[in-house]
Ligand binder design. Sequence first.
Ligand SMILES: [Zn+2]
Ligand SMILES: [Zn+2]
Length: 372
Amino acid sequence: MKIGRNEKCWCGSKKKFKYCHYGREKEQPLSKGEAIGESKKIGSRKCCYVPDELKGECDKKIINAHTISKSGSLKEIADSTNHVLGLKIDLANFFKHEGRLIPERIGINQASTFSGFCAKHDKELFSCIEDQEFCGSERQLHALMYRSVAKELYAKEGSFLTSQLLKGGDKGRHPIDQLFIQNFAASNQSGVEAAQKELSELKRKLDEQFLGKTRSNFSHLIVRAKSPVPVAVSSIVSPVSDFEGNLIQDLGDLSVPAESLVFNSFSSDGKGYVVFSWLKESSKVLGFINTFLAIDSDGLFSALIRFFFGVSENTFISPVWWDSLEASQKCKIQELIMAGVNPFEFEPKKLLVDDGVVFTGLEVGDITKVNF
Ligand SMILES: [Zn+2]
Ligand SMILES: [Zn+2]
């Protein structure tokens, strides 16, 4: 590879070669400690995801916003010491468990938080779900979606910064390794950028609804239960396959916008809820939801468990429920968690299909369709 010192660098940074990769193999490599420190910084950055029009009114204080209601959901499923089980996802933990994700005890004050809203806007946007009993009002359904989408945007911006970090991780490495690292980071970034674009578009629609410019153009499915759901979750996914094992969209093709599904599992006033929300025009997601609705009522909870752990990392487990599981059930959950991390772990088509492992712990009651 011959390249002039004043030519653009091969890595795509748009910088001149002499200011970028020239002599990088002789630079001081990034240490594990530095990488962990940088990744911690990325995970704790602060901002407010309120609509742009309202940013001028932001409170100075950015708080640790809970993506899952602490007072309702997490307290309902916590053990006597106010702990739940969840996944700690950061580089330090990744090294500790050699890449495996294992549910660990987390205090409910720390669980599911992100610093993505100022104190004032957190209250304005979410007090309807934090301080009021869930009734499925348009305002509450909007708030649930808003928080999930903001959290995901925050996470995606974090992944983008992490791949920037990765790009600097080729210092002191052989040019072949540099090439490999830069290619890996670049393809990761283009995927992240596509996801950011889709999420921003979804958030723009939610912003408009919040500002009263449009009515809701979202559909929802509300699943109700008489008792708290032992697994609390708040997430957004572009489903690849449905509950019958049909492939519904190919996320590898970045030229076709992916259709997304927001979902929340939580408790309010001692009762359990699972809410699915999506853009009304997303016909592939509607097809996905229909395969969920086609499941027998006694199979619904097991299907939810496969879905929650198979596609989301933002899951929180009741320690009492976890302790009641048999080894085969725990093993299945581990498998599902790793499928979310490593796309090669499972054939994606089979991820949500019933494989005979049954979970109990929730009796699903009414299911309501909103704006179908
Ligand atoms: Zn370069
Ligand atoms: Zn704010």
